[in-house]
Design a protein around this ligand. Sequence first.
Ligand code: ISC
Length: 453
Amino acid sequence: MNPPDGEAGAALVPDADAALVSRSCEVSDVSFGSFLAAGDRHRIHWAAPDGLEVVGGGAAARLTADGPDRFETLRRDAETLFSVVDHEGPAATRPRVFGGLAFGADHDAAGVWEGFPAAAFTLPAVQLTRVDDGTYLTVTRYGPDADADGAEEALAAARDRLDDLPMMRARGEKPGVVDTEWLVDREEWTAQVASVIDRIRGGDLRKVVLATALRVDLAEEIDIPDTLGRLRRTYPECYRFLVQPTGGKGFFGPPPERLVRREGEVVETEALAGSMPRGDTPEADAEYARSLLESDKLQHEQRLVVDTICEQLDAFGTVGEGQQDVRKLTNIQHLQTPINAVLDGDTHVLTLVEALHPTPAVGGLPLDLALSTIRETETWDRGWYASPVGWFDAAGDGEFAVGIRSGVAGGREATLFAGNGIVGDSDPADEWDELQPKVRPIMDELEREARTE
Ligand SMILES: C=C(O[C@H]1C=CC=C(C(=O)O)[C@@H]1O)C(=O)O
């Protein structure tokens, strides 16, 4: 499905002499899975629980950045990229770039993260967009020679290729799991948690989110579009995303947590922290929900996140805290508080992402001390785990999820991630148990046999 990158003189990197031209047409509903499966580079998938779903293949342009100035570089290059835009089509199909950033600016694009820069966003060359009122095909050209005729021709060609795709993609078998290994196992991880608890009790540190990763060997090659299709059914209340910069590994998952969404002057975010399992019966489930709401430890964890997010947004406008609630996902429930803001000025969503990431739901408090504790304690590379993933457009609007409940996979290998917020009265063994459901969303789509425990 992908056209060759850089065809027709397209510039993959922002260029002051380039124009961005995009054309869209409505199509009958097509299989987003088939479209994704037919692409081999720069595959992206974004689905928000409130309806917008986009799949993209090929790159009309890419924004990449690294180092401590990566947000500044992205904002500057985005301004160049979007300086001349000729778009014809519904607003939902306007040019947006999709991607994300690594957890830390010192990211090393090695190992499972080969091909993943410290920040990477793609303007898809060909894209399908599904919104309430229909499904659209969009083709985008970017470069000094990009023009309306070229974009219209490319749209007609993409439409022909779309006609050749299967309308429905038959569900494949789950790949099957041959072996699993925690990169930091129970014994080592609970010892790490115990040492972090000691640090919290002994000083200025208040909360640290410690994570580990599960390395999974698969019996067959993973089909990520198929896996995402299944996750749509099992976790309909979550985001779904895929970032796959090369033909190699893809970072994907069904994260429940919104980092931020900006639309004009309105900003919406949330604090999601503190977890309990789902109960097997309505009574047991309600009991877990009650203990979430009544636990001093979990309320403390949640309060730290709410207060920090509110303080961080305060610099940009008028902030409001919503009513705390219990967010029930298929296999876990969390404390959640919606937070919104009305912006004073024209703050780019990337600026909001920069201010908010990492929230204390994935980093800790105070942030610098928590991050140095994570760096000293975690013996593996977070890469893009727990990082901002999402999109932004020419106006600086956009939406980002927090890349948790996620994994990076390709061929017969997957690495899944899970972390927990540790506070002074955490119990290491309980924290290990609380960690387990966080790898289940993806793990359940890899294992063929139902679990017996
Ligand atoms: C860091 C993760 O979850 C965060 C989000 C919600 C609840 C959390 C908790 O209960 O500790 C974590 O802060 C993860 O899923 O890897």
